[in-house]
Design a protein around this ligand. Structure first.
Ligand code: APR
Length: 233
């Protein structure tokens, strides 16, 4: 079982104090995603969008990686084969825990993007429309986040990793948003074994060969321990 692809969602950062989207008190129960997570919403009211992401960036800066992030970084270090970590999360807790082979398919809160020329640079702690692009000098600064209706980043690289996976593990995601939610089917078609680690099993149990229900900060370290022990790693 040499190649492992992991997909994480908001549930892996929940115990670091960062909100999920669709749980009872999730972000989309408190904000209208049309207003803060679509290009149309940004065009209508960029100030509101910057405020939303500035608050999430501040929360992320104040958060620390939990045992699930640490265990996934350990897996990358100690697993004898290849590990690719694909995350839907825009926080930097995987990096801060030490994960390196990491793909942020929905962008990063630590990034700023110029909507006019496409230039990227490290985001300041708080952004607003007075921030000028350091490359083209225009006031078209947006968070480097993939919004609904936009194409997630590095999908070719992600599909290539999934097509070569021996094991695909989905952690802390509701499986509601495509193309991320379709990766498990891609993995199954490629012959991979599939595992879900989630607070409660998502509505797609038939897709996973193994379903581990529990809090990520406990379930992920014990799963990593088990497969490394099994590999003698
Ligand atoms: N441990 C494990 N799983 C958890 C925990 C926890 N402590 N807390 C919550 N979960 C699970 C929930 O049961 C749920 O299935 O994490 C999942 C979170 O689902 P969502 O809130 O829908 O978040 P996510 O799947 O990451 O959303 C995907 O939707 O809004 C867009 O771009 C946004 O990347 C996001 C995408």
């Amino acid at each position: 079982m040499e190649r492992i692809v992991i997909l994480t969602g908001a549930g892996v950062s929940a115990e670091s104090g960062l909100g999920t989207f669709r749980d009872t008190d999730g972000l989309w129960t408190r904000y209208d995603l049309e207003e803060v997570a679509t290009p149309e919403g940004f065009a209508r009211n960029p100030g509101l969008v910057h405020e939303f992401y500035n608050a999430r960036r501040a929360n992320t800066l104040a958060a620390t990686p939990n045992a699930a992030h640490q265990a996934l970084a350990r897996l990358e270090r100690d697993w004898p084969g290849e590990v690719v970590l694909v995350t839907q999360n825009v926080d930097d807790l995987h990096e801060r825990a030490g994960s390196v082979a990491l793909i942020h398919m929905h962008g990063v809160l630590t990034g700023a993007l110029c909507a006019a020329c496409g230039h990227r640079w490290p985001a300041p702690r708080a952004m607003d429309m007075t921030d000028l692009c350091p490359s083209c000098d225009r006031a078209a600064t947006r968070p480097d986040i993939v919004w609904f209706g936009e194409m997630p980043y590095q999908m070719d690289r992600i599909y290539d990793a999934v097509a070569r996976a021996d094991l695909f593990v989905s952690i802390g995601t509701s499986g509601e948003v495509y193309p991320a939610a379709g990766l498990v089917e891609e993995a199954r078609m490629a012959g991979a074994e599939t595992v879900e680690i989630n607070l409660e099993p998502t509505r797609r149990p038939g897709l996973f060969d193994e379903v581990i229900a529990g809090h990520a900060s406990r379930a992920v370290p014990s799963w990593v321990e088990r497969i490394i022990a099994g590999k003698g790693g």
